[in-house]
Design a binder for this molecule. Structure first.
Ligand code: NCD
Length: 376
């Protein structure tokens, strides 16, 4: 596990080890002595945060994670300020970055860029680990790790994630968070996933087929209130309208009647088609949220007494702020957990890199274990 590119490369053992290592990191950071010890580990290493898509939490939690481990951090936050603006290819840019840093953490609009970058660097004399911090609407593996960690902690007293109903609701079609989390849920016996979304935003077939392949119990519904009533945990998601193409998500007026235009996969061909839905909106405006899939105060009553509510943030109307003080709402926990989980992950990757350098390549299997422990 040198690069972290997609959620499907993560296995159950990695999740268990990540939980244990993250707990160790949290504990260490709890004391001045421990926090200073962590900061003494990698002051000779530098990370690049290459974030060409907007980000607050993921960027800051990765930045803080590097600082927790004493690493230097450099950043590029827009392709306009790198030589890409002069026409340099992305892969040349990435090879340039690798010349200055030991770890590249990247978020981009482009599906598959992190994979392409890792393959490219692996073929050079300076291979560097790459962490995918979000690749277009496709994958967000470290969000899935922190969601898994939050679920484990929140459901610990109730036997863990095994056997629970996990609802994922909102714009499933274009949510990398939904796609990555759904994949990790396959490791838990007896889990049932409920995907709640309008048909136009339903989960894509690639993930559905993987879940079928792994015999994961799942159901798709358009009945949001029913889904809330079933949930041991519900993950709310925002409308991902930054990926709107052409007419997608526009509302138009035809002879006094309002219609929403949506792009949908055509089951009869590889292509997408534009579908018209009669709109209930009163004016022609761009949609901000998926009506009917917003978690409101009334849903706190429908939710099971122990059911938990998550959201990767940023939010719009999908989760009413009035719900925030309910102890079942874990969104601010997720924000904190993101930093701890990413600190653990970077520790593990840097530790492996150091050992590989020491051993001049592949490290013996018994030493692998040491990458998962906080050791001198
Ligand atoms: C998510 C993302 O960027 O995919 N946010 C995050 O990483 N915390 C979710 C979103 O933007 O809706």
């Amino acid at each position: 596990m040198k690069h972290i590119l997609t959620a499907d490369q993560i296995d159950r053992e990695t999740l268990d080890r990540m939980e244990a290592l993250t707990n160790q990191v949290r504990k260490k950071r709890g004391t001045r002595e421990g926090a200073l010890w962590l900061k003494s580990l990698f002051p000779h290493r530098r990370a690049l945060l290459y974030f060409t898509q907007p980000s607050s939490r993921t960027f800051l939690s990765f930045h803080s994670a590097c600082q927790n481990l004493g690493m230097d951090v450099v950043e590029i936050r827009s392709p306009d300020t790198s030589s890409e603006a002069k026409g340099e290819s992305k892969l040349d840019s990435i090879r340039t970055f690798a010349s200055y840093v030991h770890l590249i953490i990247m978020r981009s609009q482009e599906k598959g860029l992190a994979e392409a970058a890792s393959k490219h660097l692996d073929g050079t004399p300076r291979p560097r680990p790459i962490i995918n911090a979000g690749s277009g609407p496709d994958q967000h593996p470290t969000q899935a790790l922190l969601d898994d960690y939050t679920l484990r902690r929140s459901l610990k007293d109730r036997g863990g994630i095994e056997g629970k109903v996990i609802v994922i609701a909102g714009d499933l079609k274009r949510s990398r968070v939904a796609r990555s989390l759904a994949l990790l849920m396959r490791f838990y016996d007896g889990v049932k996933i409920i995907f709640a979304s309008p048909k136009s935003n339903k989960m894509n077939d690639d993930i559905i087929n993987l879940l079928i392949h792994h015999e994961v119990n799942f159901e798709e519904t358009t009945d949001f209130d029913w889904a809330v009533s079933q949930a041991d945990a519900i993950c709310m998601l925002r409308l991902q309208d930054e990926y709107d193409e052409n007419y997608d998500n526009e509302i138009i007026d035809i002879d006094g009647k309002l219609y929403e235009l949506r792009l949908e996969n055509d089951p009869h061909s590889e292509k997408q088609k534009v579908v018209l839905y009669q709109s209930e909106k009163s004016k022609t405006e761009k949609q901000r949220t998926i009506e009917g899939y917003n978690f409101k105060k009334k849903h706190l009553k429908i939710l099971k007494p122990h059911g938990i509510v998550m959201h990767p943030l940023p939010r719009r109307e999908e989760l009413d702020t009035i719900c925030d003080n309910d102890p079942r709402v874990k969104i601010w926990r997720q924000v904190r957990n993101g930093m701890h989980v990413r600190t653990a992950l970077i520790y593990r990757i840097m530790r492996q890199m150091e050992l590989e350098m020491q051993w001049g390549g592949q490290i013996p299997a018994n030493l692998e274990e040491r990458c998962w422990m906080l050791t001198e």
